[in-house]
Design a binder for this molecule. Structure first.
Ligand code: 5GP
Length: 112
């Protein structure tokens, strides 16, 4: 099923895109929880991390390295937090796998 993120990939919905390569796309969250709050998504439509398959191993690694690249690009490579919510009870609201890249403030608290 197409989500809003699928529409952003196809440029059918607007987004403030900060990074793109063959496999993934990153754009600023519409409702940021930190001064820098970027969503990084694979172009392949995987609903939840739990739906990733063994053949997605390279893609999942690619996403983490892309997150690192984006953090460098945004000047926050020294301190950033990655969050993935898997499933509605974990707070997932958009069912297209995404990494939250959060930075620009101190994160004293453990993820909750
Ligand atoms: P989740 O709650 O699934 O972990 O994260 C979904 C995130 O997507 C939320 O932080 C929400 O603010 C963001 N979001 C939802 N719809 C849109 C949209 O249309 N554009 C952008 N840029 N972010 C969105």
């Amino acid at each position: 099923m197409t989500t809003i993120f699928g529409k952003i990939i196809k440029r059918e919905a607007p987004a403030d895109i900060v990074y793109e390569d063959d496999l993934c796309l990153a754009f600023r969250d519409i409702n940021p929880h930190a001064p820098i709050h970027v969503l990084l998504i694979p172009k392949k439509a995987i609903a939840r991390l739990a739906d990733a398959q063994p053949e997605d191993q390279a893609l999942l690694g690619h996403l983490l390295l892309a997150a690192n690249k984006i953090a460098r690009q945004l000047g926050v490579e020294g301190a950033y937090r990655i969050v993935i919510s898997n499933g509605a009870d974990a707070g997932q609201t958009v069912f297209h796998l995404h990494l939250h890249i959060l930075a620009g403030r101190r994160f004293r608290e453990r993820p909750s």
